[in-house]
Structure formats: structure tokens, C-alpha cells
Design a protein around this ligand. Structure first.
Ligand code: NDP
Ligand code: 2IT
Length: 450
């Protein structure tokens, strides 16, 4: 059986690699899911005969387009825009837009692929998609960002819509960018609809959407800790990144009584042994969201250490929240975290751990919550924003937060259901992959060969 399985995964991956050359992040994401699913599919031949795994790994549609724009000095720039429409079996395509110079087809395909399983785990009716551009918002004026967003949406608008494909934010895309894109969509289509999520509260957005991914990752960690009769209170936490997800993970950790000792950006990390409190976090909000400065300034302001060009994984902690980007934790980082006593990792970012790091976490039997489960709170509240837009009725903060918490509890239960092997240990990777797969696969079976 093991041999047969090996042959299958190798054959399967050889075809994926041949068909999607050079897209290493996409290969990585597909391989992890295939490793979890192949044994399950062997036991459920209906999926095998219908070639669901092969079909689910092929995007329904990919759109690639030119995004020309003019900077403040009158110079013309040409970026590339993308939208990967991965799977619409259980609802309209749904997933964020990433604006970052490293964006390429393989990265967006990995993100879109992960999104399919994540969105299914939320139990809300959302298919999977992702998009973005190699545009770098850093150092650009508001007007330059606006002109870029307008040009991007001028093309994207013909492919998206509230019942077709509903983009949102991701790295480099927050409230400001969503506003500019929404304005352009409305202007071209003459429609005020829920075509994007993450909108401002005054114009169709949902309370708790900005907070949702970070809060959700902490709620997920709480659920994992409960299985070992532990809680967040009193834990020392290492958080990476200092953007949207990191900021709100930190906020919730502070409220629940943890001590957050690090934050980072792509230039380095800060270590604050006394912990980041409410007042210091407010400084970070202002630094990152208004002044758009570097995390180094935190170290200068509070007189703590800054480590240029390094990641925070060597700082001893009880719980870790990678909230920056893919493959930010390698094998050696994972070993260091485990050796230093870290017992739980809850991924706010998408695929922040390399396959070797994941193997270390699972081998060490720590509580390891993979991104597609742990960071699903963001898209879950996007789903709630879509529901509110359809009803044309906003919900209250308590209601949305309560629903978010319940969704994270349910995702955790799903992971336990499909990731337990009879012992005390829960393989959350296997649980999330199988738990996310079933609904999409059954919908694909029901809808025929499309
Ligand atoms: P932001 O743009 O708000 O923040 C990103 C943070 O990560 C910044 O601190 C940024 O530093 C850092 N970062 C980005 N790229 C790199 C890199 N290559 N190396 C090191 N650090 C990097 O994005 P979000 O907080 O929204 O997203 C963070 C992660 O969470 C991503 O993996 C995203 O896919 C995931 N995610 C986001 C959701 C959301 O709702 N926003 C939902 C679910 C997952 P710098 O400023 O220097 O670039
Ligand atoms: O990776 C993600 O789940 C997101 N960037 C959020 C997607 C969304 O549609 O809210």
C-alpha cells in the first residue's frame, strides 16, 4: 500500500510539475494536499474515478492583463495583473489580491489553491480565487496608488462581480486600495454591489473584517491549546510581520493576557522582552498604517533591540504566530522553536512554513495549525460581509465576532475529526486538507464533468 501510494504521489506530482513548470510554491501547496488526500481518495474511489484531485489542481480560468499607470513625475509604468479563478463548485470565486514585487503566476496559483480548501472549511458558500500584481505600493504616493488601482480595476471589472468573483485584500492591499478599486468598479459598472470585501464601514464593509484574520488565528490557537488543557493567558508569543494580520493577532493576544515579544517586517525584527502593550501597539498601528514606516522605528522609539535582516524564530516562546509571508519558517527555524519550548504554532500567513519545517512540527507533536485552517477567519468574515451586502443590512460587532469565533471553533472540530489517528495527537494538516476537500469534491461530483 505504501509503495502504491508513493508511486501515485510521484506520478501525480510529475504531471503537476510538467504542466506548471517553474511554479515551485504551487508545487509545494499541491504536494502537501495530495499527500494528505491520496490515502483518503484510495478509500473513496468515487473521487478517484472522477479525477477530482487532478481537476481541483487545475484552475477553472486564469486572467493575465497589462496594468499601465502614470507616476507623479509623468513617467509611465507597466505592471502585470492577474486573477486566478481556481474553483467555483461551492460558490463564487473568493480570495484576496496581493500587490507585491515578488508576485508571479506560481505564487498566486498556490494562494488560490489553498483558498479553495480554506473557504470550504469556513462552511460558507465561497469558491476559491486569488489575484494581484507585481506592483510595489512601498514609497508610492496615495495618488500613484490610486491611479494604479484604477487601471487594475479597469480591466478586472469585466471578470468579477458579486455573484461571480469577489476579491479582497492580502499583502499590500488594505482598506485604501479596496476603496480605490471599489470606486472605479462602481464608476464603470454603475452598480453599488458587494464586488469586493474589506470595504469601509460607511460603504458596505463589515465590522471585524480588518481584525478577523488575526483574531481568528488566536481563536484557533486557543482551541488547539484547550485540547491540552492550556490557555493563551500567561504565554509568551512570537509574532512575525507587522501588517494587518500581525497587528490584530497581537491585539487579541494582549487582550487574552499573552506577552507578545516580537514583530517584524521584510527588513528585520524587533525584540521587546517586556512585551508589546496596548500603547505600544497603537504606535505600530500609526507607524504601519498611517506613516507607512519601518518596524525599526519601534526599536528606536522604545529603546529595544532591532535585528536587521533576521527573522524572530530564535526568540524563546510558548506560542508562535507567523503572520508575514510564505516559507518564512525553514527547517532550522522550526527546530529552534521546538527546542526553545514552543508548543503551538498558529499560521496567520499562508504557507509560512516550508515542508521540512512542517515535518519538524508534526514530528515533534506540537500543536501545529496550518494557514488554511488557522487564518480562515479573514475570508470567513468576508463571507459574512457578502451576506450583509446581499441583505443590505449591517450586523453588530458582537454578532460578527461571535460568528467568527464559532466558525474558528467549527474549523478546529473539523480538523480534529479528520486529523486524529486514534491517539491523542491531531494532525491538523491532514484534518484541514481532508475536511476542506470533501464538500468541494462532492459538489464537483454532483455538477458533472465541468
Ligand atoms: P500586509 O501587507 O498588511 O503585511 C505584510 C507583512 O508581512 C508586512 O509586515 C511585510 O513587511 C511582511 N512581509 C511581506 N512580504 C515579506 C517578505 N517577502 N519577507 C518578509 N516579510 C514580508 O499583509 P497581511 O497582514 O494582510 O498578510 C500577511 C500574511 O497573511 C500573508 O501571507 C497573507 O497571505 C496572509 N493572510 C492575509 C489575510 C488578510 O485578511 N489580510 C487573510 C489570510 C491570510 P514589509 O512591510 O517590509 O513588506
Ligand atoms: O488569504 C486570504 O484568505 C485572504 N487574503 C482573505 C481573502 C478574502 O477574500 O477575504
Amino acid at each position: 500500500m505504501a509503495d502504491l501510494l508513493n508511486v501515485n504521489i510521484n506520478d501525480f506530482m510529475a504531471k503537476i510539475i510538467a504542466k506548471n513548470p517553474g511554479e515551485s510554491e504551487f508545487h509545494q501547496a499541491v504536494q502537501e494536499v495530495a499527500e494528505s488526500l491520496l490515502p483518503y481518495i484510495e478509500e473513496h474511489p468515487k473521487y478517484k474515478h472522477a479525477k477530482i484531485l487532478e481537476r481541483i489542481s487545475e484552475p477553472e480560468r486564469i486572467i493575465i492583463f497589462r496594468v499601465p499607470w502614470v507616476d507623479d513625475n509623468g513617467e509611465i509604468h507597466i505592471n502585470r495583473g492577474y486573477r486566478i479563478e481556481m474553483n467555483s463548485a461551492i460558490g463564487p470565486f473568493k480570495g484576496g489580491l496581493r500587490f507585491h514585487p515578488t508576485v508571479n503566476l506560481g505564487i498566486l496559483k498556490f494562494l488560490a489553491f489553498e483558498q479553495v480548501f480554506k473557504n470550504s472549511l469556513t462552511t460558507l458558500p465561497m469558491g476559491g480565487g486569488k489575484g494581484g500584481s507585481d506592483f510595489d505600493p512601498k514609497g508610492k504616493s496615495d495618488n500613484e496608488v490610486m491611479r494604479f488601482c484604477q487601471s487594475f480595476m479597469t480591466e478586472l471589472q469585466r471578470h468579477v462581480g458579486p455573484d461571480t468573483d469577489v476579491p479582497a485584500g492580502d499583502i499590500g492591499v488594505g482598506g485604501r486600495e479596496i476603496g480605490y478599486m471599489f470606486g472605479q468598479y462602481k464608476r464603470i459598472r454603475n452598480e453599488f454591489t458587494g464586488v469586493l470585501t474589506g470595504k469601509g464601514l460607511e460603504w458596505g464593509g463589515s465590522v471585524i473584517r480588518p481584525e478577523a484574520t488575526g483574531y481568528g488565528a488566536v481563536y484557533f490557537a486557543e482551541e488547539m491549546l484547550k485540547t491540552r488543557n492550556e490557555e493563551i493567558k500567561g504565554k509568551t508569543a512570537v509574532v512575525s510581520g507587522s501588517g494587518n494580520v500581525s497587528q490584530y493577532a497581537t491585539e487579541k493576544l494582549i487582550v487574552l493576557g499573552a506577552k507578545v515579544v516580537t514583530l517584524s517586517d521584510s527588513s528585520g525584527y524587533v525584540f521587546d522582552p517586556d512585551g508589546i502593550d496596548r500603547e505600544k501597539l497603537d504606535f505600530v498601528f500609526e507607524l504601519k498604517n498611517i506613516r507607512r514606516g519601518r518596524i525599526k522605528e519601534y526599536a528606536e522609539h522604545y529603546g529595544v533591540k532591532y535585528f536587521e535582516g533576521q527573522t524572530p524564530w530564535n526568540i524563546p516562546c510558548d506560542v508562535a504566530f507567523p503572520c508575514a509571508t510564505q516559507n518564512e519558517i525553514n527547517e532550522s527555524d522550526a527546530k529552534t522553536l521546538c527546542r526553545n519550548g514552543c508548543t503551538a504554532v498558529s499560521e496567520g500567513a499562508n504557507m509560512p512554513s516550508t515542508p521540512e519545517a512542517v515535518e519538524v512540527f508534526i514530528g515533534s507533536k506540537i500543536l501545529y495549525g496550518p494557514g488554511k485552517a488557522a487564518n480562515a477567519g479573514g475570508v470567513a468574515v468576508s463571507g459574512l460581509e457578502m451576506a450583509q451586502n446581499s441583505m443590505r443590512l449591517p450586523w453588530f460587532r458582537e454578532e460578527v465576532d461571535q460568528r467568527l469565533k464559532q466558525i474558528m471553533v467549527n474549523i478546529h472540530e473539523t480538523c480534529v475529526k479528520y486529523g486524529s489517528d486514534g491517539s491523542d495527537f491531531v494532525n491538523y494538516v491532514k484534518g484541514a486538507n481532508i475536511g476542506g476537500f470533501i464538500k468541494v469534491a462532492d459538489a464537483m461530483l454532483a455538477q458533472g464533468i465541468v
